[in-house]
Design a protein around this ligand. Structure first.
Ligand code: NAD
Length: 509
């Protein structure tokens, strides 16, 4: 499949920055990147200094005037070529994701594909940017509304979707005529760097897309530099809140998507077999490191809960956990040793808090991968709302089961939770499903769908402390986020009429 020369970074021990179409080193501060399946350090990533980030912003600012004036159809053609190149390099990108994030290869390919779908949406930019026009809003007066790009915009992204989440941002931002600075996660930097090189190969002018690796120093530079007009962020809630408050106080438009604790309700009338299949994938896929992962199953009725627990026990025993590169594995390792420790300590905490650990993945050993960051699937039964394992985002393969007596009680749990990203209900009762969809306090709702991630031509976003800002990611909202509206009203008098000064507010009477 990968017939083209690889765009990958095999020969590069250090992943640096990509500024103005070229590699930039800035190796003063390096951080190791590990393969979580083996625990081995595979390369280093450079942490950009303030001056390197400023260099990227300057390149983006210099590229803006010409790119802003490039016809949308030409911008779309770059996106078409980029999509083609992405597909030619699909395996290479998926392998980079697996080697640094740990998720199994099929899952990496799935993430990649969902990112490509946003590029496909961006290919339609001439249609999406078409404004509104009204002839004769008054005598000899026409009016139209236009979407104009903002200027230099920035994206700051998390580790868990190193290819897809950046693609939620830069294809639409660039297609709208902006120039871009991406600060991806330092934990798995290779996939976004491969994509940066493919954008150049697709014909994107130098400086339109720039990538800086780094940490808080790089992020703070982006948040405070007056040349950055907007910031898109995806990551944990405390950082999202910081990004939102700092960015907006520096006069920027900000959308900051945060963490989650997604609940699934299992009603007594649900198809339990299928609900358990769906829950297993949603709880343990990508080792639970998804913002749309189901981390709480609320079973209505003890009988429902008992059936779900017994099926989980049986089916988890048949799951394959191992290196994401090996076919046949369902789940890989957690991303880093530190994250592994954190998730494991939550499992210990749940036991201390009195939840019933009916599936304990702590003792899992993956043969030949003793240094990998593996944790087996865990299931807690009889979790209650006062427990920290219920309240906090764990971001690992840990599912909490809460027992409720009615749909109302189950919905109350979701409504009162601080997060409101995704949720779903398993039922055969259309009335219950409709009531749930209409009233539940969450941004993305599934009916017998465990991961209701909106497709590229809708928009993605949560409620409550899962999103700071007003506009969602990708889809139609991204045109609104990455552009300024301008409404032009023009008059070309039919001739000969002498104008008198008018001191009343202009109205058409
Ligand atoms: P994170 O918040 O630790 O990091 C996200 C980005 O912010 C990274 O680029 C990181 O370098 C930077 N960063 C981290 N700490 C910072 C600080 N103190 N100041 C400035 N920048 C900082 O998130 P993560 O661990 O990489 O990703 C997992 C989190 O992302 C989870 O909470 C998950 O729910 C969330 N997430 C949310 C969505 C969504 O759409 N709502 C999607 C994916 C992931």
């Amino acid at each position: 499949m990968n017939a083209r020369p690889a765009a990958n970074l095999d020969s590069a021990q250090v992943v640096g920055h990509f500024i103005n179409g070229a590699d930039v080193a800035d190796d003063n501060r390096l951080q190791p990147v590990t393969n979580p399946a083996t625990g081995q350090v595979t390369r280093q990533v450079a942490m950009a200094s303030r001056s390197t980030v400023e260099q990227a912003i300057a390149a983006a600012e210099a590229a803006f005037p010409a790119w802003r004036n490039t016809p949308p159809l030409k911008r779309a053609r770059v996106m078409f070529r980029f999509k083609q190149l992405l597909e030619e390099h699909a395996e290479e990108i998926a392998e980079a994701i697996t080697d640094e994030h740990g998720k199994v290869l099929d899952d990496a390919m799935g993430e990649f594909q969902r990112g490509v779908e946003v590029v496909e949406y961006a290919c339609g930019i001439p249609e999406l940017l078409k404004g509104e026009y009204t002839r004769n809003v008054g005598p000899d007066i026409d009016s139209w509304s236009d979407h104009q790009p903002l200027g230099v915009v920035a994206g700051i992204t998390p580790f868990n979707f190193p290819a897809m989440v950046p693609m939620w941002m830069y294809p639409m931002a660039i297609a709208c005529g902006n120039t871009f600075v991406l600060k991806p996660s330092e934990k798995d930097p290779s996939a976004p760097m491969i994509c940066a090189r493919l954008l150049k190969e697709a014909g994107l002018p130098d400086g339109v897309f720039n990538l800086v690796n780094g940490d808080k120093e790089a992020v703070d530079t982006l948040l405070t530099d007056s040349r950055i007009k907007a910031v898109s962020f995806v990551g944990s809630t405390p950082v999202a809140e910081y990004i939102y408050s700092t960015g907006t106080s520096h006069g920027k438009r900000v959308q900051a998507l945060g963490g989650a604790k997604n609940h699934a309700i299992v009603m007594p009338d649900a198809d339990i077999d299928n609900a358990v299949s769906a829950l297993m994938g949603a709880a343990y896929g990508s080792c639970g490191e998804r913002c749309m992962a189901i981390s709480v199953a609320v079973c209505v009725g003890d009988d429902t809960a008992d059936q779900v627990v017994s099926q989980f026990k049986e089916r988890v025993a048949a799951m394959n956990v191992g290196n994401g590169r090996d076919t046949g594995n369902d789940m890989g390792p957690l991303v880093t040793e530190a994250h592994h420790e954190k998730v494991r300590s939550y499992v210990d905490l749940g036991v201390e808090e009195g939840a019933d650990l009916v599936i304990d993945g702590r003792d899992l050993v993956v043969e030949g991968h003793q240094n990998g960051f593996f944790l087996g699937p865990c299931l807690f039964d009889r979790v209650t709302r006062d427990m920290r394992i219920y309240q906090e985002e764990i971001f690992g393969p840990v599912l909490c089961l809460v027992r409720a007596e009615s749909e109302e009680e189950a919905m109350g749990l979701i409504d009162e939770h601080e997060y409101g990203n995704g949720t779903c209900i398993f039922t055969r009762d259309g009335e219950a499903a409709r009531y749930f969809a209409d009233n539940i306090k969450a941004g993305m709702v599934g009916i017998n769908i465990p991961l209701p991630v909106p497709v590229a031509f809708h928009s993605f976003g949560g409620w409550k402390r899962s999103l700071f800002g007003d506009l969602y990611a990708y889809g139609p909202d991204s045109v609104r986020f990455y552009t300024l509206r301008k409404t032009i009203t023009q008059r070309w008098p039919s001739g000969g009429v002498r104008e008198q000064a008018r001191f009343t507010f202009p109205s058409y009477q």
